[in-house]
Ligand binder design. Structure first.
Ligand code: NAD
Length: 304
């Protein structure tokens, strides 16, 4: 974006308007940016157009009309096609910068960065944490890696989404950071399911258990947020699918293996997510892992 239009005049592109992308694109519109959007699902595109965005028919068309293009997509393979494939962002004439907000792992981040550098452009991997509620409120944590020289111009736009943390220039560094975080978050969910199922079977109130754990050394993101919000009320609607969590922990375990880092616990967590997907479907909310533990333990985690 160096030498490009002033930030306020920049046209921003957004590809992938799902649980995360939709509220993030909405925030850009609310902040007064011009936004060009694209998704495979027409209804969500129409919704954003009604709020002031313009629609594009392909990733290339987004990059023909925007200076800076964001993507929030489900898998590394989809991200690769959208970024580098036929009719992809790389073929657009206008965009100088591409920012991947998805969790896609370091391998594809390196590939995408190399493709954009070769085309004389910049690519950043910028996975986010904080879920749909953080995306809506603009309180996400954003982990960013990419060329430092282009980062300064990008940072003010990222602040519309939350708090950016620059992880380094090496492509994929931010993706590694995000995989470490998500492996820990999934581990907390699985381990808390086991601990709380045990407590409930012994007659303890799960809400009280969370309160005590959260004032003690076992506190974690599941006992602080997922159990009170989506497990104990039996809604299982935290807003993150089992498929996406399997993708994240799977990427983490396979990257760790390639690096010679043991991940005994991470592998067990991945197995638990696999059982959850087989039992409740890949599109189930990943808090459904608690139901797997419940069925094995013969107990329900709910208010007595
Ligand atoms: P999602 O499945 O809700 O959204 C993905 C969107 O991409 C959908 O609207 C889908 O129609 C669209 N899409 C898929 N293929 C496409 C293509 N070829 N071209 C255009 N659009 C396409 O997923 P999500 O929950 O919003 O997650 C997006 C990314 O963010 C994932 O990588 C996920 O791991 C990551 N993430 C999600 C959360 C969360 O809480 N949901 C939190 C942090 C990070």
């Amino acid at each position: 974006m160096k030498g490009g239009p002033r930030m306020a005049d920049q046209v921003l592109g957004f590809i992938g308007l799902g649980q995360m992308g939709r509220p993030m694109a909405m925030r850009l519109l609310e902040a007064g940016h011009k936004v060009v959007v694209h998704d495979r699902v027409a209804a969500v595109v129409a919704e954003l157009v009604a709020k002031g965005a313009t629609a594009a028919d392909s990733p290339r068309e987004v990059a023909d009309r925007a200076d800076l293009v964001f993507a929030s997509l489900p898998t590394p393979a989809i991200l690769r096609t959208v970024a580098l494939g036929p009719d992809g962002v790389i073929e657009g004439q206008r965009a100088r910068t591409f920012v991947d907000l998805s969790t896609t792992g370091p391998r594809v981040a390196v590939e995408v960065a190399a493709g954009f550098v070769e085309a004389g452009r910049a690519a950043f991997d910028c996975p986010v944490s904080g879920g749909k509620s953080g995306a809506t409120a603009g309180t996400l944590a954003l982990m960013v890696s990419g060329p430092r020289g282009d980062y300064d111009a990008l940072e003010p736009v990222l602040k519309v989404f939350g708090k950016p943390f620059f992880c380094g220039e090496k492509a994929g560094s931010a993706q590694v950071m995000k995989l470490c975080n998500n492996m820990l978050a999934a581990t907390a969910l699985v381990a808390s399911s086991e601990a709380i199922a045990m407590g409930v079977k012994a007659g303890l109130d799960p809400a009280m258990m969370c309160e005590i754990i959260n004032a003690s050394s076992g506190r974690n993101s599941a006992t602080q947020d997922k159990f009170p919000r989506a497990v104990i009320p039996r809604t299982f609607d935290f807003g993150f699918t089992t498929a996406l969590s399997m993708k994240d922990v799977g990427l983490c375990v396979s990257e760790a293996e390639g690096m010679g880092v043991p991940m005994v616990v991470g592998s067990a967590v991945l197995q638990m997510l696999g059982v959850t997907a087989a039992t409740y479907g890949k599109e189930s909310d990943f808090t459904s892992v608690a139901k797997v533990v419940e069925s094995w333990a013969g107990v329900e985690i709910k208010k007595p």
